[in-house]
Design a protein around this ligand. Structure first.
Ligand SMILES: NC(=O)c1ccc[n+]([C@@H]2O[C@H](COP(=O)([O-])OP(=O)(O)OC[C@H]3O[C@@H](n4cnc5c(N)ncnc54)[C@H](OP(=O)(O)O)[C@@H]3O)[C@@H](O)[C@H]2O)c1
Length: 237
């Protein structure tokens, strides 16, 4: 198992939610942490809130030059965690599909992850790791959201493909069920209950529970090309 003590961990999407919790857990394990996200005020506030020498840097994963500059500034590092995600929707009836708007929805979660992998691969330690983030709609499709399901699969496919292409760097993904980040809490209690009442663990997960999966994937030096589900058992029902 790799020790995170002294390791350099980059968290793109670390301004809030799951990424912030991963950054906090990595700091707790002794890592040097750099958090990145697109809004300067938010990422600087996050770095201050994390403390422990955490550094905040602005990066817009929709912009290749911005991603290149982020990794150039970071220099050599050990682990990349990618939790960046926007929350525009890809929901709606297929017969009214807006193809152009749907393409745009892939810019952060899929193309952003691909851009990050490209520049990360130039600086990452050979025994390092990259962990991407997907969602349970990949495995539990619902009416009105075929493109969200397809999009969530692209993340897992990217992780598997990169695991072959970038080896011995390890690449994995975490597939999240409903995790109670600030963003999700904004949905309100009724909506959250609607999504979670029938789960084997009938509640939303905490960001700390989600973060544990990323810490595991950074530490376990014999795991690559895998997807870990943190979903309260959602894939069983
Ligand atoms: N929470 C859940 O239940 C759940 C379930 C399934 C999947 N997911 C996925 O898991 C990821 C994390 O979820 P979360 O709940 O922690 O979300 P969150 O709190 O909204 O975190 C997403 C982060 O991404 C950053 N970001 C957005 N656009 C960016 C861009 N263009 N470049 C760089 N950073 C950008 C945001 O910061 P800035 O605004 O400063 O850029 C924010 O810090 C997301 O991709 C989400 O889709 C979450």
């Amino acid at each position: 198992m790799a020790k995170l003590d002294g390791a350099k961990v980059l968290v793109i999407g670390g301004a809030s939610g799951v990424g912030f919790a991963v950054a906090a857990a990595a700091l707790g394990a002794g890592a040097q942490v750099v958090v990145g996200s697109s809004q300067a005020g938010r990422i600087e506030a996050a770095a201050r809130a994390l403390g422990g020498g955490a550094v905040g840097r602005t990066v817009d994963v929709k912009d290749e030059a911005s991603v290149a500059a982020f990794f150039e500034a970071a220099g050599a590092f050990d682990h990349l965690v990618f939790t960046a995600g926007d929350w525009g929707h890809m929901f709606g009836p297929t017969r009214e599909l807006d193809v152009e708007a749907s393409k745009a929805r892939m810019e952060v979660r899929f193309w952003g992850a691909a851009r990050a992998a490209k520049y990360a691969s130039r600086e990452i330690a050979k025994d390092g790791s990259i962990t991407l983030t997907g969602g349970m709609l990949a495995h539990r499709p619902m009416p009105g959201a075929p493109l969200t399901t397809a999009s969530a699969h692209t993340t897992e496919g990217l992780a598997m493909g990169l695991a072959r292409d970038l080896a011995p760097v390890r690449v994995n993904a975490v597939c999240l069920g409903l995790i109670l980040s600030e963003q999700v809490q904004g949905m309100g209690e009724g909506a959250i209950k609607g999504f979670t009442a029938n789960l084997p663990l009938p509640r939303g997960g905490t960001v700390e529970e989600a973060a544990e999966a990323y810490l595991y994937l950074m530490r376990n030096t014999y795991v690559t090309g895998q997807v870990i589900r943190v979903d309260g058992g959602g894939s069983l029902v």
